[in-house]
Design a binder for this molecule. Structure first.
Ligand code: 5CA
Ligand code: ZN
Length: 478
């Protein structure tokens, strides 16, 4: 490990803070010698495990997990015209086996439609096989040319959760889109991350999709981050890959499909939205260590305190709390600093006086210190952990709300963006106006049909042409 020298930059210097916290809190090591590829430290990996467990829990309700190969033969990859166009500049190709050139080039999946759908064509026969809902969690490769950043823009996405569903009709697939959005919202609510949901402009949809719904959040610097997408694929892929089923009348029909994905950007958002000047703050359901016990050794009762702390640790472990007793021979203050940096939600302090009075001092990572009754520790801790999650969720919502700004003119839009806001405008949904809007603001249209508690669906005039417009989000995106 690196020597813990110097201090974490303040959070308002977000980009320095972000880069620093990744190694100080032992999440990612960015020194791997290939651009856009990074290493998960064990602590970061433990966070990842818990985040993805949440995602699995949500999907396992009615999806099945499977695993498809990493390599995709060129002819499969090249089948869907829009899809190829969208990805051709980003694909890594395997061209040799040893020194022998391959007859068929193999793509490293940038996403797995073209790996999965030829198999779906074999698996699906009749309407009774539908709906089919499968997901996998894998690494994918994209030769990104924009500035790469750990957890945010990767060339190897290590934690790509992709779900691929098949339905009898366009309407059923449409319902699945709705369901997936709700599921993602639930996932992010569990991580205490507020999101903005909108429909991407047509030119920005997933290559090969009918339409794309995006889940964005706003980072501490005011830039938006796309942390999930849900795509209605219509029958584009089913026609290309011959995914057909026999309907109730014995006729062959093309299926309708959706796919939706989440990557470790979810963890970038988790770190960034909740952290503070002292380091990470992890929601209790995610924290690899939910509570650390720090024995306070004053006077001559060392053994007494250590024994009581060990008893407490065992009790809490038995109750199922992820607990760690810190008996290192360093100052308590140094321990506080260490665990605060790593985002542990709760610190329990136990000294001779607490032991005598049957209490444990509980210090929340979100601030505030309370005395818990040792005899009723389980209820006390459950209550406090719930309070921590609520405060985290509330703070993050407050941040998001403060980062939104409704504007009526291009000048207003530019001012809002320069202040680090995501702007709410009206736009007529025409490409011409969209291009002008993006050009004159040096920003991106995130989407229309916005679903957010903070943004009412109002009528208004297009900020460019003055015709009737829809509520639209505009931001500077990561
Ligand atoms: N096949 C579809 C759905 S699984 C798909 O590939 N959609 S995607 O291209 O929009 O990617 C899904 C999500 O992965 C995005 O919403 C984004 O949050 C994340 N993502 C995309 N590219 C990267 C990247 N280079 N690094 C990290 N995350 C990424
Ligand atoms: Zn317009």
């Amino acid at each position: 490990m690196d020597e813990d020298t110097g201090a974490l930059p303040p959070k308002h210097q977000f980009s320095e803070w972000y880069n620093d916290i990744l190694w100080r809190a032992e999440i990612m090591d960015v020194r791997y010698p290939v651009k856009g590829l990074y290493v998960w430290y064990p602590y970061g990996f433990a966070i990842r495990k818990n985040v993805y467990q949440q995602l699995r829990n949500l999907l396992d309700r009615d999806h099945q997990e499977a695993l498809f190969p990493l390599l995709i033969p060129e002819q499969e990859f090249m089948k869907e015209a829009e899809h190829i166009k969208g990805f051709e500049d980003e694909v890594y190709w395997v061209t040799h086996g040893g020194t022998t050139p391959l007859d068929v080039k193999l793509a490293l999946r940038p996403t797995s439609e073209t790996a999965i759908y030829p198999m779906y064509a074999l698996w699906i026969r009749s309407h009774a096989d539908l709906p089919l809902k499968i997901y996998q969690i894998v690494n994918t490769f994209r030769y990104e040319t924009k500035h790469t950043r750990p957890l945010i823009r990767l060339r190897e996405i290590t934690s790509f959760k992709e779900a691929h569903t098949v339905h009898a009709t366009w309407e059923e697939a449409n319902k699945q889109v709705e369901d997936a959005i709700n599921r993602y919202q639930e996932f992010y609510d569990g991580l205490c991350i507020p999101v903005l949901i909108s429909r991407r402009p047509d030119w920005d949809k997933f290559p090969g999709a009918d339409y794309t719904i995006a889940v964005d959040t706003i980072m501490p610097d005011g830039r938006s981050l796309q942390i999930g997408t849900v795509h209605h694929l219509g029958d584009h892929f089913s026609k290309t890959f011959a995914i057909q089923y026999e309907d109730k009348n014995g006729e062959q029909q093309f299926a309708h499909q959706t796919c939706y994905g989440i990557s470790e950007r979810s963890i970038a958002a988790l770190i960034s939205l909740h952290g503070d000047d002292k380091g990470l703050i992890l929601p209790p359901i995610i924290a690899p260590i939910q509570m650390v016990i720090v024995p306070i050794m004053i006077g001559n009762r060392h053994e007494d305190v250590i024994k009581s702390a060990k008893d407490l640790e065992n009790e809490l472990l038995k109750m199922g709390f992820r607990t760690k007793l810190d008996t290192r021979e360093i100052r308590p203050g140094a321990k506080y600093y260490w665990w605060e940096l790593r985002g542990v939600p709760l610190r329990l302090e136990l000294g001779p006086r607490d032991i005598d009075s049957g209490k444990v001092m509980a210090v929340k990572r979100t601030g505030e210190k309370v005395a818990l009754e040792r005899s009723d520790i389980k209820a006390g801790i459950n209550r406090i952990l719930a309070e921590i999650s609520n405060v985290m969720r509330q703070n993050a919502k407050e941040h998001l709300k403060n980062r939104l700004c409704t504007v009526k003119s291009i000048e207003g839009l530019n001012a809002a963006l320069n202040e680090g806001k995501v702007a709410v405008v009206h736009w007529c949904d025409e490409r011409m106006c969209g291009d002008a809007l993006e050009e004159r603001s040096n920003a991106t249209i995130l989407g229309t049909d916005v679903k957010s508690a903070y943004i009412p669906r109002t009528n208004g005039e297009c900020i460019i042409c003055g015709k009737k417009g829809k509520v639209t989000l505009v931001g500077r995106a990561y």
